[in-house]
Design a protein around this ligand. Structure first.
Ligand code: C5P
Length: 225
């Protein structure tokens, strides 16, 4: 029996992309394999936590012993997240689509020769991380976001932790050359904001597998409790 530092803790994790329907056969999405979020769910469960994993469409096996809620759109994801509250820790690893189509077509939009392309009118999706971070009631005591950036990683992540109102941010460089996106390894920086002083500390981790990032993050959470 391994040590269970998160026994008695309830952890909510989001993972994967969201799909925003255009019509019954088309959608808008971000690139996301869901691997990092699933790995965190597995590591948290191994550490003894009760885990609720809210996942967008992914092609991964469900981690054992985890309560998985499958969703499609950002709005569905927000509802599933809110339904899971209260939790002790919330980790938002999903790559939520920023925009959705204003009115979803009830039928497949047909391509017609010689006709102009249909315009897509977009509207903003709810920001799940910011919504939960700024809640008055049932705000989880520890809210962790992710920041995938292609440049100015630490500056952008520092701005994001303040703007979103979360406590920690796991920041990673996803420039195509890194091979992180869809790959099996990850190079991350953990930004933690001190609850009293508001001061932000940055910890740069060595490159490691997404499983090891998950285990390291879970250990870090356990030692902060
Ligand atoms: O703003 P950006 O998408 O870069 O922020 C990334 C963080 O915010 C991630 O933790 C992601 O899961 C979360 N997020 C969210 N809802 C959105 C957009 C991002 O929860 N609509």
């Amino acid at each position: 029996q391994r040590p269970q530092p998160l026994k008695g803790k309830r952890i909510l994790i989001t993972a994967g992309p969201t799909h925003e329907p255009i019509d019954p056969v088309r959608y808008i999405a971000n690139r996301s394999s869901g691997k990092q979020g699933f790995a965190i769910a597995d590591a948290a469960r191994s550490a003894g936590a009760e885990v609720i994993l809210v996942s967008g469409p992914v092609e991964l096996d469900e981690p054992r012993g985890v309560d998985v809620k499958h969703v499609e759109s950002a709005r569905d994801m927000l509802s599933a997240v809110e339904a899971a509250l209260p939790v002790d820790i919330a980790i938002f690893a999903a790559a939520v689509a920023d925009w959705r189509v204003v009115s979803e077509g009830a039928q497949k939009i047909k391509k017609k020769a010689g006709e102009a392309m249909p315009p897509l009118q977009l509207t903003e999706n709810p920001d799940i991380l910011a919504t939960i971070s700024k809640r008055g009631t049932n705000r989880p005591p520890l809210v962790i976001g992710f920041a995938a950036e292609t440049e100015h990683l630490i500056d952008n992540a520092t701005a994001k932790i303040k703007r979103k109102g979360c406590d920690w941010i796991v920041a990673n460089d996803v420039s195509p050359a890194t091979g992180i996106m869809g790959g099996d390894s990850n190079t991350v920086n953990l930004l933690t904001r001190d609850k009293e002083s508001g001061e932000i500390a940055v910890d740069s981790w060595a490159p490691m597998s997404k499983e090891d990032v998950a285990v390291t993050l879970v250990a870090r959470i356990a030692s902060s409790l």
